[in-house]
Each structure stands twice: as C-alpha cells, then as structure tokens.
Write a protein that binds this ligand. Structure first.
Ligand SMILES: NC(=O)c1ccc[n+]([C@@H]2O[C@H](COP(=O)([O-])OP(=O)(O)OC[C@H]3O[C@@H](n4cnc5c(N)ncnc54)[C@H](OP(=O)(O)O)[C@@H]3O)[C@@H](O)[C@H]2O)c1
Length: 236
C-alpha cells in the first residue's frame, strides 16, 4: 500500500508533536510544521530517533509565503496529502479584551487554518481517503458555554470566538466536500498538560492526542462534519 503522508501544524511541541508521533508510529510519513525551521528540525530528529519517518517544514500558519512553500513542496514531492491536522493554536486572553487580542487570536486559530487548508485542498482531494482535523476546544462550543457553568465562566472571548469560527467553518467545509472521500471534523483534545493547558490539567499529552489521531485515521464509513472528544460527538 502507498505510504500515507500527514502534515501536523504546531508540531514542534505539545499535543501537535504527540499527534505526529502517534501517526508516525502507525506508519505514516509525518511532516512536522513549526514556526521556526530549527524547531521543526529538532522535533523531526527526535521522531526519527524513534524510527518514525519525519520531515521538518517551516510553517507559521499566519505567513502566506510559508503556506505557499509548504504546498509547493508537498505537491512536488508527494502529489497528494492524506492527512492535515490543523493543530496550531494560541490562547491570548490573558492579554485583555482589546480588539487586537481578538484579531491576533483569529489570525492563528481561524485564518491560519483556513488559509493553509485552502492551499492544500486539491492535494488532499488527490488522496484516496483525505482526512482534515481541526483542533478546536470545548470552549468553542456555544451550547457548552451557555449550559455549563464552569466553561461559561471561563471568560476567554478571543479564544472562544476564534475556535467557534473554526467549528462553523468545519461544518461548512464538510458540506462542500460531500460526495468526495475527504472527511473533515473538529476536535476537542481534553484539558491537557502542555504549555497552554498548564500543569494542573487532567490529561497527559499521549491521551490528549488520541481524538485527533482517531479523526485522522477514520475509515471510509466514519463521520464527517462532526465535533468530537475521544469518539464521542460534542454539541456545537
Ligand atoms: N492543552 C489543552 O488543554 C487544550 C485544550 C483544548 C484545545 N487545545 C488546542 O490544542 C492545540 C495544541 O495546543 P497545546 O495544548 O499543545 O499548546 P502548546 O503546547 O502551547 O502548543 C501550541 C502549538 O501551536 C504552535 N503555534 C502557535 N501559533 C502558531 C502559528 N502562527 N503558526 C504555527 N504554529 C503556531 C506553537 O508553536 P510555538 O512553539 O512556536 O509557539 C505550538 O507548537 C491548540 O490548537 C489548542 O487551542 C488545547
């Protein structure tokens, strides 16, 4: 069988690195997207030491030149992309509620994922079973904010609204992709011990990567246009 190619953004550390590791362990060739090339190279080298086929890619998802170069590289070298995990994300609400915080959050959490996916969509369609995973958060769920006291009080408008936009676009894209083999789903990893999640988080990184890996490896009869934690559907 032809080797599957996966691109994970924000894969230099945290949940993204672990998603790349778990996909690599399943035999995929993983492209390690990170904002700086040295960071991508360092992460790829650590994965190679575990016998994983990993390649570094300089990919700041807010940088149009990086996106163009990544798409050209994947097109030239592979002619297809089987898995795209839009994992890179940012949490800036501690900086305040100024509109600039909202804009910068959208740049990464929504526009970056949107621009990269658009640039790669023809390559994903060239795969026999393309899978797109949008790393969201439970905080992007409007139902949860309104009905769960703890999440409702979390008060992180920029993070919440930018992830809700990512969710809405996931649903929209799934409609556009109906009739193709490509599946797109949104993912809540859980509260995970990373630089973003903090040391009090309840999940280890290995477990935090599981939902994205599940959605990246869905079978042909798996769901599309959903929002998941583990294998459970979440309310939008
Ligand atoms: N941890 C949690 O509890 C939790 C819960 C729900 C959702 N999530 C989501 O899970 C994803 C991964 O988060 P994490 O917990 O692993 O956090 P993390 O350790 O802070 O990792 C975030 C990753 O995103 C990268 N990144 C940020 N802006 C980027 C950009 N413009 N272009 C490319 N990469 C960029 C970071 O790169 P640098 O190293 O260069 O900064 C880093 O690799 C995020 O989308 C986050 O919103 C996390």
């Amino acid at each position: 069988m032809e080797k599957k190619i996966a691109l994970v953004t924000g894969a230099g550390k945290g949940i993204g690195y672990e998603i790349a590791r778990q996909l690599g362990k399943q035999g995929m060739e993983v492209l390690i997207g990170a904002r700086s090339l040295p960071k991508a190279e360092e992460a790829a080298a650590r994965l190679q030491a575990e016998q994983i086929e990993a390649k570094p890619i300089e990919l700041d998802i807010t940088n149009a030149d990086h996106i163009r170069s990544a798409a050209e590289f994947i097109s030239r070298k592979y002619g297809k992309l089987d898995v795209l995990v839009n994992n890179a994300g940012t949490f800036l609400d501690h900086e305040g509620t100024d509109v600039d915080v909202m804009r910068r959050s959208f740049e990464t959490n929504f526009f970056g994922a949107y621009a990269l996916t658009n640039a790669l969509l023809d390559l994903i369609k060239a795969s026999p079973a393309g899978r797109i995973v949008n790393q969201s958060s439970i905080l992007g769920s409007m139902t949860t904010i309104l009905t769960n006291e703890m999440f409702g009080r979390a008060s992180a408008p920029a993070y919440t609204v930018s992830k809700a936009a990512l969710n809405a676009w996931t649903a929209q894209l799934s409609i556009t992709l109906r009739g193709t083999p490509v599946k797109v789903n949104a993912c809540h990893p859980g509260w995970v011990k990373t630089d973003m999640g903090g040391k009090d988080a309840i999940m280890e990184i290995e477990e935090g990567a599981e939902t994205a890996v599940y959605l990246a490896t869905l079978p042909a009869d798996g769901p599309s246009g959903g929002y998941f934690h583990k294998t459970e559907a979440l309310p939008w």
